[in-house]
Design a protein around this ligand. Structure first.
Ligand code: PEP
Ligand code: MG
Length: 315
């Protein structure tokens, strides 16, 4: 699609019946955040902190990290900014954090798994984030990538809270985390679905192989059903469920995600207008009906077709 087709966003995501769905931006540093604020994102749903340090051979100092995080927080005064701790490894190797000796880096020591083996890396990052938070008015939340067990989530939540960060969450990127969502909600304040990795790990298909694009598809019924498990757990716990993978920026999927129990969507800023437009056309009841329909689908094509049919307006 040409840049000319970008639809402007008015800064407030909502359904036809007024039900609010916050539309947030994915950013990798201060320049992205400034751009996202200009596009009227309601906040940041995913700050990929590893993008600040991709070329570093030595771990960044607390001071360097504080400055990098302040740059993003400053672009969103009084707004929500969800900061993800370093997701090093696999498709985003960081020379100072990863070993290059793994045969299967996507299944290796990546994301939170590094933090558990290198506690100082996480301690420094949480300290820098707390210092940045103290200087800026943004409402900071922190989340960990690549969580598979309740113990990992509990350890992370304890460390983040001890560092003084008030709201703590995890990404749901593994089938294990999705299936354990109810238990995970007992230890964290929110979750955010990383649908890129959730599809990769559910379908056992490398997300970097374009040849496997039909498998790396959030419309795959197994992925939709896992999202449904997480959404239902979020509703039962009364806690937020975000989406920050590519699926969050897909205007045809957005109403289905809301129907499955997703409460906010985070995306590349240029998708905000189109997603807002799609949501504004449908009620929560219609979203729920579309969600029920896709949960019955046996194939991705069928899910797309029944989802679209359920959302067809009578007027
Ligand atoms: C995801 O996996 O969907 C996600 C948002 O994280 P990343 O793309 O940075 O791995
Ligand atoms: Mg991911």
């Amino acid at each position: 699609q040409a840049a000319a087709t970008v639809v402007e966003f008015d800064g407030s995501g909502r359904l036809a019946d007024g039900h609010r769905v916050a539309l947030l931006a994915n950013v990798g540093g201060a320049p992205d955040a400034v751009n996202a604020a200009a596009a009227r994102a309601e906040g940041v749903g995913l700050f990929r902190t590893e993008f600040c340090f991709l070329d570093r051979t030595e771990a960044p100092t607390v001071e360097e990290q504080t400055a990098a995080y302040r740059g993003v927080l400053a672009a969103f005064p009084d707004r929500k900014v969800v900061v993800r701790t370093l997701d090093a490894g696999s498709d985003k190797p960081l020379p100072f954090a990863n070993s290059d000796e793994e045969d299967n880096p996507a299944l290796g020591v990546r994301g939170l798994r590094i933090a558990r083996r290198r506690p100082q890396l996480l301690a420094d990052q949480l300290r820098a984030l707390a210092l940045a938070t103290a200087e800026e008015s943004a409402e900071v939340e922190v989340m960990a990538p690549m969580v598979a067990t309740v113990e990992e989530a509990r350890e992370f939540a304890d460390l983040a809270r001890a560092a003084g960060i008030g709201r703590v969450g995890i990404m749901i990127e593994t089938p294990s985390a999705a299936l354990l969502a109810a238990e995970l909600f007992e230890v964290v304040d929110f979750v955010s679905l990383g649908t890129n990795d959730l599809a990769q790990y559910t379908l056992a298909a490398d997300r970097l192989l374009s040849d496997l694009g039909d498998l790396n598809d959030p419309w795959q019924p197994a992925v939709l059903r896992l999202i449904g498990v997480v959404g239902a757990a979020g509703r039962a716990a009364g806690k937020p469920v975000g989406v920050c993978g590519e699926a969050g920026g897909d205007p045809t999927l957005a109403p289905v995600l809301v129907g499955l129990g997703v409460t906010s969507l985070s995306m590349t800023p240029r998708s905000l207008g189109r997603v807002a437009e799609a949501l504004r056309d449908v009620t929560e009841e219609e979203c729920r009906r579309a969600a029920e329909a896709v949960l019955e689908a046996a194939t991705a094509d069928e899910a797309r077709a029944v989802g679209a049919a359920a959302l067809q307006r009578a007027d």
